[in-house]
Write a protein that binds this ligand. Structure first.
Ligand code: V07
Length: 240
């Protein structure tokens, strides 16, 4: 087999957990739990393949509109996730990063997330970036405000603003040279961005996989990486 042209940064919208459960006559939260276990499998596979950063869209700023019991369950998932999987993350040298409005999280969830970030801070392997309570419109508005404030405070010059400097105000700037995903996978057949990384995905290759997230296997992941590998990225230019 020819060598895969691997994306450095893969982003996944882990969709279809509720429908996976409903199809089996289970409560939606059973789907979220199965989805969390699947995340461990796919993150481990990504790390073993040599992917540098994996961003997973876990909870959007719009998801607070869901029923209270579901939101409460979702807010406990990071706690369960790190309780179960922190040893594996450490063994694989995975560095946890969170992109999102953390100040709005319940205190216990926030504490667990901050602890995981601190505990994995010096790990040298793959970055596992949780887009957690994230929304791109808010991120872009906040970035704009921060830039304007810096201008008002005479810290930066208005004319210094360009694509590169603007990107440094987005939350994803913490990923440094890995800020922009090369590849986006959305599971469960839905074909939308849903207010995920609108700026960062400008040149990403996209695959929509039909599997519900809890069913999305390592084999499916490799199939989709193969699809990425076969694409010809031109960034608006002509043939190389
Ligand atoms: C969530 C499991 C994966 C499928 C998508 C829906 C349910 C892991 C986390 C998580 C988030 C932050 C963090 C550590 C783990 C998570 C939510 C939902 C809200 F620092 N899975 N998972 N968070 N699901």
């Amino acid at each position: 087999m020819v060598k895969l042209n691997l994306p450095k940064h893969v982003a996944i919208i882990m969709d279809g957990n509720g429908r996976w459960a409903q199809k089996r006559g289970l409560p939606r939260i059973a789907g979220h739990k199965a989805g969390m276990n699947n995340l461990k499998s796919i993150a481990t596979a990504a790390s073993n393949l040599g992917i540098k950063a994996l961003t997973v869209y876990a909870f959007s700023t719009e998801n607070w509109k869901r029923p209270n019991n579901e939101v409460e369950f979702l807010m406990n998932l990071p706690i369960t996730f790190f309780n179960k999987f922190m040893p594996t993350l450490m063994q694989n040298e995975v560095r946890v990063v969170i992109t999102g409005f953390m100040e709005q999280l319940p205190p216990k969830t926030l504490a667990v997330c901050q602890k995981a970030i601190a505990q994995t801070r010096h790990n040298q392997g793959m970055i596992l970036n949780f887009a957690f309570n994230y929304g791109a419109h808010s991120d872009i508005v906040n970035a704009t405000k921060a830039f304007c404030q810096a201008v008002l405070d005479h810290q930066v010059d208005l004319n210094s603003l360009d694509e590169t400097s603007f990107a440094s105000y987005l939350q994803s700037a913490q990923l440094a040279e890995l800020q922009n995903p090369d590849f986006l996978i959305r599971t469960s057949g839905e074909q939308r961005l849903s207010n995920f990384y609108l700026w960062e995905l400008a040149y990403a290759e996209i695959v929509f996989a039909n599997e519900y997230w809890p069913d999305y296997s390592e084999a499916n992941f490799k199939r989709d990486l193969q699809k990425y590998s076969q694409r010809d990225r031109r960034y608006g230019g002509l043939d190389k």
